[in-house]
Design a protein around this ligand. Structure first.
Ligand code: AHG
Ligand code: MN
Ligand code: MN
Length: 307
């Protein structure tokens, strides 16, 4: 088991410390901000709030050199060049609020984190750690940092008002599982996009899976992926007929999730091979995302190969 990387630990300390504050801010930030993000999507007040809080928290982490966010067109230099040679600082890519359209419908959403030891755009092989916070009935954080995949429950310390300083920072974190692995027997599936927009080969695969597993699709990647993490199965936001790159962004959605799932013994794919091998051109590149039990991902790749 590798010694924990102090910068990685400090990044997840900072993300955990912001989680209760982001969660408490959501009720008052369900409205549109009037802005669009670099992917051309409507930005909610909750997206802006989470993005600004995480920039502030992560800029303060020694060893983080660059901050990339779904809500910002370019990487923000937060002190320290990101070393190609593995020295120097890390680049942290964030989806501050994943599934923010669930704010209006009061359904699960989360925050996604990828820590790269190369400047972005980078491949998932440059990830040194990745994870996500899930704002569900309880707040949890899943972390893949090279020493097994762990799940923590994150709570505000009784009576604490907000971001403290130091690594406790007003939250209590309890590890509820310290070596998560995908259940061998898959149980659930969740496929994004609209059925008429699915290419024929994916639709045929989906029909097979629908006969075998139970539908769990809530419209927020972190919530839907956490179903697969918990019960085994497959999550996809597939290539669509009119959007062959799908919807999800590689840097701060697909790569971190693929890193977590592959660290738990699962598989990821962009339709032809591991997500972690996709070579991006830009930090907002989209990619089809398929993750879950290896047998289900292998069947997906075979189905798309027959196209
Ligand atoms: P975000 O809110 O960060 O833009 O992410 C939304 C993504 C992802 O969370 C989810 O899997 C997908 O959008 C849902 O898309 P549909 O609304 O098309 O189902
Ligand atoms: Mn997202
Ligand atoms: Mn988002």
């Amino acid at each position: 088991m590798a010694d924990p990387d102090p910068v990685v630990e400090a990044v997840f300390d900072a993300v955990a410390a912001t989680a209760p504050t982001i969660r408490d801010a959501l009720p008052g930030r369900r409205v549109e901000s009037g802005a669009e993000n670099p992917s051309g999507e409507t930005v909610l007040a909750g997206d802006v709030y989470a993005d600004e809080l995480l920039l502030e928290a992560l800029s303060a982490v020694e060893g983080v050199g660059s901050f990339v966010s779904e809500e910002r067109p370019e990487a923000i230099d937060v002190g320290g060049a990101v070393g190609e040679d593995g020295e120097g600082a890390y680049a942290v890519a964030i989806d501050p609020l994943d599934g923010s359209s669930n704010l209006r419908s009061n359904n699960a959403m989360g925050t996604v984190v990828g820590i790269y030891d190369a400047p972005l755009p980078a491949t998932g092989r440059d990830l040194v750690a990745a994870g996500y916070v899930l704002y569900g009935p309880i707040t949890t954080m899943v972390v893949a940092d090279g020493s097994g995949v762990r799940e923590e429950v994150v709570e505000r310390e009784d009576g604490s008002e907000g971001l403290g300083d130091g690594d406790d920072a007003g939250v209590t974190r309890s590890v509820v599982a310290d070596d998560l692995a995908l259940p061998d027997e898959p149980t659930v599936y969740g496929f994004g996009g609209r059925v008429p927009d699915w290419p024929d080969a994916f639709r045929e695969y989906a029909r097979e899976v629908e006969d075998e597993l139970k539908l769990r699709y809530g419209g927020a990647m972190v919530g839907d992926v956490n179903q697969v993490v918990t019960y085994g199965g497959v999550f996809a936001y597939p290539a669509l007929v009119d959007a062959p790159d799908g919807k999800l962004r590689l840097s701060f959605e697909a790569n971190p999730i693929a890193h977590v799932i592959e660290s738990m013994g699962g598989a990821s794919s962009n339709g032809s091979g591991s997500i972690l091998d996709v070579e991006p051109e830009g930090i907002h590149d989209r990619v089809p995302l398929y993750v879950g039990n290896e047998e289900l991902v292998d069947r997906l790749e075979a189905a798309l190969d027959e196209e």
